[in-house]
Write a protein that binds this ligand. Sequence first.
Ligand code: NDP
Ligand code: GDR
Length: 371
Amino acid sequence: MKKALVTGITGQDGSYLAELLLEKGYEVHGIKRRASLFNTARIDHIYQDPHADNPRLILHYGDLSDTSNLTRIVQQVQPDEIYNLGAMSHVAVSFETPEYTADVDGIGTLRLLEAIRFLGLEKKTRFYQASTSELYGLVQESPQCETTPFYPRSPYAVAKLYAYWITVNYREAYGMYACNGILFNHESPRRGETFVTRKITRALANIAQGLEPQLFLGNLDALRDWGHARDYVQMQWLMLQQDTAEDFVIATGRQYSVRDFVEVAARELGITIAWQGQGVDERGLVAAVHGDRAPGVAVGQPIVAVDPQYFRPTEVETLLGDPSRARERLGWEPTTSFEAMVHEMVAHDLDTARRHKLLASHGYNVALSLE
Ligand code: NDP
Ligand code: GDR
């Protein structure tokens, strides 16, 4: 039985990857952080009681900032594959916590690679690094592929640039099977609530049910290549199953703006957005409401506003990936369309909003955390 060690197993990708690896018969080890509240909601459905015979999902407390902890876990598990998905993954937050982000996202990667080397596992343990389209930042050519020059635009992206190159360096210097997946944005109902897509689907669902008055966003004109996380973790696994380690761009090759995302998500709820004004004063007005999915919204009600606090000191305006190499060499194609992904996210958040509304109508206090 193959053993995999997944950092970031409690995150969006970690949860889908753990499902996939369990399906494939792996023994899956995950690193979770100690928190004052439970932080395993995304993997509770695959939890296995450690007291049961031969559990195949095993969690270890740990942190990417802790060298001895990581080395001990790698020594104990002796993994065939390590997927380094753990990171402080929020671009805007990295401007607030640049040093922490460099330590966890940059040096954390080095700590794992060094653990493999120190323990003499260079020929046994394959290593996947969660690299990112944020490396392209201020884009030098479009679409972006594996040879496009990098120009990172945030402390997050700079930390991930270090992680990218140290992974390449350990591959070249020590003959390790180590590779980078340069993944463009990927989303799902499990996406963190403060990333723009989930923020939109969750807020619009709450607004539709009359639980929240308005959605505040930053740059509506940012362009992204959005895929589905479930499709992208397949690729993470595939990249470790090749004869030689290589880096791949994973993307859909289609681009939409934040504004497009709002419109498609609103349409799912039977709300048509008519934009008014430009830039900071911009307001989205509801022009028409159909059906019964948005009983909390009135015709003409302003539901979207721009709040400059969500602008970033340096923005990545446009990203569009060219996944040809992954298609040709790995036979990989994304299977979920943009529309199907938005549909799934809205349906999930509408279901939650309806349950919250029902609870509120019976006198229970539903505290919605808003960003
Ligand atoms: P999430 O933010 O959903 O998950 C991040 C995971 O990392 C969580 O399990 C989190 O734990 C864990 N983590 C955070 N800090 C530490 C730390 N100091 N030590 C150990 N673990 C830590 O991210 P995604 O699942 O969306 O992304 C997975 C990886 O892929 C990340 O590295 C991200 O930067 C990268 N990436 C993501 C893309 C995307 O569009 N989703 C695109 C390209 C790259 P906890 O649950 O306790 O917070
Ligand atoms: P990103 O994702 O920065 O691309 O990083 P995010 O969803 O945070 O932002 C996408 C774009 O939307 C704009 N935006 C807003 N973003 C947020 N979070 N909140 C808002 O209110 C808002 N309004 C507009 C942003 O300015 C940006 O242009 C994600 C993360 O998953 C990274 O870890 C990963 O590496 C990259 O995707 C690829």
